[in-house]
Design a protein around this ligand. Structure first.
Ligand SMILES: [Zn+2]
Length: 305
């Protein structure tokens, strides 16, 4: 299974609306004692002299004026995906911009938010979504939960982003070495020793890792398990009527992603083949749904009260 992205992605990114938007320090940056001196990120260029944005900043614009001039980063699902891929290639290529807005632009954000992408990601400290995609304040709407599961709380967050914030893409992002996925692969008797809420999380992942093909190599087996979990959570997202409607109308696209901690690169799962669940997984999901329907008195800790 190969869906790695070619390094050709390092190419694009000349002057985008984001560059302009994020590039306008109105006041000199406050020196920070801890600022690293060997930072390799290029300094973002100033807004084009004479541009409307540059002019109004010079005149001391109001928050409303700056907010009005903010170009959306992406207007379509394809734009949004391109921006995520470009940001990630900046990150893993060592040329991240680490965008931070100027004081005026930051203040303008009080008025509204227009995140172009919504992400369900893992709580893992090694996978901070904005850094991985080299995005700044206001760009990503993120639900982070161990094992990047689609459950009522994260689905509600994504519904909100799609319905009210007009995000153009929904990403479910798993990652290399996910502890939650690893724990879900343990025998049921071992999982049963975990606290109730941890068991709840693991239960959402178990159908994805049950009946996986036997893979001898540990790293490859774990990757397959994580990708399988991404597929399962994408499947659950797509069962949601709000997401379904938005995707059908072309307003959004739903994709999976795998973040490799070692390289910093994200592989996207986009095609039906890349996102397909195996017959065994579908059977597992069916069993889980049937069990939940048949034993409504059972709490998610598995004990019937
Ligand atoms: Zn994880």
């Amino acid at each position: 299974m190969k869906f790695r992205f070619a390094p050709a992605l390092l190419a694009p990114l000349t002057l985008t609306s984001t560059t302009l938007l994020l590039a306008a320090p109105v006041t000199p940056p406050v020196p920070m004692a801890s600022q690293p001196s060997n930072r390799t990120s290029p300094v973002a260029p100033a807004p084009e002299p004479g541009s409307e944005l540059a002019e109004i900043i010079k005149k001391g614009a109001t928050m409303e004026e700056i907010a009005r001039l903010r170009d959306p980063v992406a207007n379509t699902p394809a734009d949004a995906l391109r921006e995520l891929k470009a940001g990630n290639s900046r990150f893993y290529g060592g040329v991240a911009r680490r965008p931070e807005l100027s004081a005026n632009e930051r203040r303008a954000q009080v008025l509204s938010q227009t995140p172009f992408a919504a992400v369900i990601g893992c709580s893992d400290s090694r996978v901070p979504t904005e850094i991985v995609y080299d995005q700044g304040l206001g760009s990503l709407f993120i639900a982070r939960v161990a094992g990047n599961i689609a459950d009522p709380a994260t689905l509600g967050s994504i519904e909100y982003a799609v319905e009210h914030l007009k995000s153009h893409i929904v990403v479910v992002m798993g990652h290399e070495g996910c502890g939650a996925v690893k724990a879900a692969m343990l025998p049921a008797a071992v999982r049963a020793r975990e606290p109730e809420n941890v068991r709840y999380l693991l239960d959402q992942i178990v159908p994805a890792v049950t009946g996986l093909p036997a893979i001898r190599d540990e790293k490859a087996r774990m990757r397959e398990a994580v990708v399988s979990n991404v597929r399962l959570q994408v499947h659950k997202l797509r069962q949601n009527p709000v997401i379904q409607r938005a995707e059908k109308s072309g307003k959004i696209t739903v994709v999976g992603a795998f973040y490799e901690i070692g390289s910093g690169a994200v592989d996207f799962l986009q095609t039906p083949a890349e996102l397909a669940l195996s017959p065994e997984q579908l059977r597992q999901i069916g069993t889980q749904v049937r069990r939940a329907t048949l034993t409504p008195a059972a709490s998610h800790d598995g004990h019937v009260h």
